[in-house]
Design a binder for this molecule. Structure first.
Ligand code: AP5
Ligand code: ZN
Length: 226
């Protein structure tokens, strides 16, 4: 399955991507995670990306496209992948179509996680992320059993620099101007499936898997990780 996840900041793309990728046995490729790994690794790419990320703006297309092209050429992506956070505008979607044409494998489906903006603001303000394994928690909706510590790996939890209220507002604005038109683009080409992303995480996962299963060539029967 070659799958793209879309939805506003805080819709739960990263949360659901983990479970969906495990269920279908495909690698999860998150451009946000790759940029953040470069920021913490102090690479040139990280230094460049950080300026845009901290402001809540998109990293320039030529940088992001080259990074995705390189990642999709790796062996684990040959039989399918889940893209979380890419494409994020119509130009990036054109780049993805170009890459898929070159490898002769079309996109299977685009899953849109629908959630209203009030909920998104609540989800982002309570989000805490593990420094070590990247797992995403929420102070109220999905709290770790000890404050500040990841239950999965014992790593330290932190609040993302771009989750502060002013930056969140700007990211939502960027989403409405640049990413929402992408959803219309995929809808008009009949590649979009939308689900309601409100409710408990496991209920959303169940809806997602049900919506995606008809598009899987050969779904792997892995249970989602808990
Ligand atoms: P990125 O990391 O992709 O951020 P985003 O799209 O803004 O999405 P988020 O990670 O904020 O939210 P999410 O939908 O993954 O929600 P999550 O699962 O964490 O991008 C960051 C930056 O990188 C961009 O601003 C840009 O600068 C750059 N970038 C990345 N890709 C790029 C691209 N293609 N082009 C250019 N620049 C790019 O959930 C949020 C919270 O809610 C969590 O705390 C979670 O526990 C909680 N939660 C999740 N589901 C539920 C639920 N069902 N009920 C209650 N709480 C829930
Ligand atoms: Zn962890």
């Amino acid at each position: 399955m070659r799958l793209v996840l879309v939805g506003p900041p805080g819709a739960g793309k990263g949360t659901q991507a983990e479970f969906i990728a495990a269920h279908f046995g495909i690698p999860k490729i998150s451009t946000g995670d790759i940029f953040r790994a470069n920021v913490s690794g102090g690479t040139d790419l990280g230094r460049l990306a950080k300026k845009y990320m901290d402001a809540g703006d998109l990293v320039p297309d030529e940088v992001t496209n080259a990074m995705v092209r390189d990642r999709l050429s790796q062996d684990d992506a040959v039989d399918g992948f889940l893209l979380d956070g890419f494409p994020r505008n119509v130009a990036q979607a054109g780049e993805l179509n170009g890459i898929l044409d070159e490898i002769g494998s079309p996109l299977s489906v685009v899953l849109d996680l629908e959630v209203d903006f009030d909920e998104v603001v609540k989800r982002l303000s309570g989000r805490r992320t593990c420094k070590k394994c990247g797992h995403v928690w929420h102070l109220e909706y999905d709290p770790p059993s000890s404050p500040g510590v990841c239950d999965k790996c014992g790593g330290e939890l932190y609040q993302r620099d771009d989750d502060h209220p002013d930056t969140v507002r700007h990211r939502l604005d960027v989403y409405a101007r640049q990413t929402a038109p992408l959803i219309d683009f995929y809808r008009s080409s009949d590649q979009l499936v939308a689900i309601d992303a409100l409710g408990a995480v496991e209920d959303v996962t169940e809806r997602a898997i049900e919506a995606l299963t008809p598009f899987a060539d050969d779904a792997v029967a892995d249970e989602p990780a808990s």
